[in-house]
Design a protein around this ligand. Structure first.
Ligand code: FPP
Length: 224
């Protein structure tokens, strides 16, 4: 049976969920946040050490301002209300992506990371303003500036995910089969699970079903 250290998730389908329920896309995001909380609990129950969540991509800035503002308000309220609780649960929060937001959000993110820095039970990597291609370019430039060798170890070292093991599995909800510029280097050997359900409908049973399927998967890494 495979052990699981790291799960990465593309939480897709919030907008469609809101519209399907004859409401707004934003209602879907609000509902999606409830799924985030359930999935954090289940990740801890499964004794998994790293959970990476794709919350906002570099491409998501193309969305209407109203939706972007809603998402960042949701994030702000989530951190203001829940960071102490996450801290009590021994959860570490790390932001991956370029921290170029409003001053208020930048400060809140820094504070939340600092507060939970020493925690050991679970590390949540929240991908915000994250794009894998720009992350790779940043890594290559760092190697060049430091006059180091271009090799796999150094490329990994200068990614946002430095010192974090690569995801064992990547889950994408919302019945769409693409990677959307997420962790392109890091998922080279991850098992990928595409889930039909929209993110707000995804639940503990669905998550456990995927984890159990992963545990039984034969991982060859190019071998036979
Ligand atoms: C993708 O669904 C989802 C997002 C771009 C945002 C994800 C945000 C959350 C789950 C809630 C906020 C989370 C935190 C941690 C504050 P989509 O909008 O692209 O859905 P669609 O494919 O149906 O349009």
């Amino acid at each position: 049976m495979n052990s699981i250290k790291h799960v990465a998730i593309i939480m897709d389908g919030n907008g469609r969920w809101g519209l399907k329920h004859k409401k707004s896309r934003n209602l879907g995001h609000k509902e999606g946040l409830k799924t985030v909380e359930k999935i954090i609990k289940t990740t801890i129950k499964n004794n998994i050490k790293y959970l990476t969540l794709y919350a906002f991509s570099t491409e998501n800035w193309k969305r209407p301002k109203k939706e972007i503002n809603f998402l960042f308000n949701l994030l702000e309220n989530f951190l203001l209300n829940k960071i102490s609780d996450l801290n009590k649960q021994n959860i570490k929060l790390k932001i991956i992506g370029k921290k170029q937001f409003s001053k208020k959000i930048n400060i809140l993110l820094d504070k939340s990371e600092k507060k939970t820095f020493k925690n050991k039970k679970l590390q949540i990597n929240l991908a915000l303003n994250y794009g894998s291609k720009s992350e790779l370019v940043h890594s290559f430039n760092s190697i060049k500036n430091k006059k180091e060798k271009i090799n796999e170890k150094n490329v990994s070292k200068y990614l946002f995910t430095t010192n974090i093991p690569d995801p064992d599995l990547l889950i994408r909800t919302g019945n769409t089969h693409r990677l959307s510029n997420f962790l392109l280097w890091q998922v080279a050997y991850s098992e990928i699970f595409f889930e039909k359900k929209l993110w707000p409908d995804f639940n503990e049973n669905d998550y456990n079903r995927i984890l159990n399927k992963f545990k039984k998967t034969k991982r060859n890494y190019g071998n036979i």
